[in-house]
Design a protein around this ligand. Structure first.
Ligand SMILES: [Zn+2]
Length: 324
């Protein structure tokens, strides 16, 4: 991608995560031109957190003041109530609802918007990723949990109460694995990095075969180790991906018959598994899909790098209208 000529039009994207808050300067073509980050857990006080964040944003604005116009600040965060414009994320050190966009706007005098991280991700995929030109598609993010977002007629779907797109907590397996939400058998207890690990440990208990994964304890086992084991044809790792793909494919088949989307995008760390994940997913979709839908909807990897998706998506919301 060629960089546009100055003067640039920028926006600042802020990706609030439970561990790190990332700030990036992004141009209209989706180039990430500068980045800063801070520890999300450094202060238990929401006002202090916001003040530190605003300070970093102002540093970025000053550094690039001569190069172009900064249009505004987009913030993507977990636990956002988009109607009330507040963030109340369970994994932040402060629990009260925080009007983060208003505080950042007051501190920087730049228009600021706060939306759910999953909404930012789908807007970013359309603005800068593989969904350019699409108005009907789904994005599923396979990370620690399973994030989901829907775009229909070019709008992110929020639902009657702003609660839509919690597909990770849809019931996937009757009386299945215990979920953090309190229910059993939720999709994300199977389809996520954590779900894949749980599958591996269940398989190790039932399969008698040798496996390099037997040496790892639950906290040290990560998705990368499972990919590597699958690459060396470890039967436990191969079966874990197959099983994950069957459940994910069935869940996607349900989305396809409901929504008739142009594509389903998969994002998050697990997509690095490539065909090990995508092949069983595609096979399972075809198995579970009504014939008239078969072959209608490609399942594609997100085209935004896993590390920068949050920043790019947050920056893109200034150039998009996410409200349904
Ligand atoms: Zn759940």
């Amino acid at each position: 991608m060629k960089h546009p000529a100055p003067p640039f039009e920028y926006s600042i994207g802020i990706d609030v995560g439970g561990t790190t808050t990332k700030i990036g300067l992004v141009d209209r073509e989706g180039h990430l031109l500068d980045r800063l980050s801070m520890d999300s857990q450094a202060t238990p006080d929401a006002r202090q957190y916001s003040a530190k964040l605003a300070e970093l944003v102002q540093t970025m604005i000053r550094t690039h003041a001569a190069e172009g116009k900064i249009q505004g600040i987009g913030i993507g965060a977990p636990g956002v109530d988009e109607r009330a414009e507040v963030m109340a994320a369970a994994n932040m050190p402060f629990s009260e609802p925080v009007p983060l966009a208003k505080w950042i706007e007051d501190a920087t005098s730049l228009p600021s918007r706060l939306i759910k991280d999953s909404s930012a991700a789908i807007i970013g995929e359309r603005a800068f990723g593989g969904a350019k030109g699409m108005d009907h598609f789904v994005l599923l993010t396979l990370g620690t949990g399973l994030g989901s977002a829907l775009m229909i007629h070019g709008k992110v779907i929020g639902g009657a109460n702003g609660l839509a797109s919690e597909y990770g907590h849809s019931p996937a397996v009757p009386d299945g694995r215990q979920c953090n939400c309190g229910k059993k058998g939720c999709l994300e207890t199977y389809v996520s990095a954590t779900g894949l690990k749980r599958t591996v440990f269940e398989l190790l208990a039932t399969m008698k075969t040798e496996s390099p994964l037997r040496d790892a304890d639950f906290h040290h086992l990560d998705a990368r180790m499972i990919f590597d084991a699958a690459e060396s044809q470890d039967p436990v790792a191969l079966e874990a991906f197959r099983y994950t793909g069957v459940i994910l494919g069935r869940a996607i088949a349900g989305l396809i018959v409901l929504l008739d989307p142009q594509a389903v995008f998969l994002a998050g760390g697990l997509i690095h598994a490539g065909p090990r994940l995508f092949d069983p997913v595609k096979e399972s979709i075809e198995t579970h899909l009504l014939p008239m839908f078969q072959g209608s909807c490609p399942v594609l990897p997100s085209q935004l790098g896993a590390d920068d998706t949050g920043i790019l998506g947050a920056a893109a919301i200034l150039w998009d209208d996410p409200k349904s």
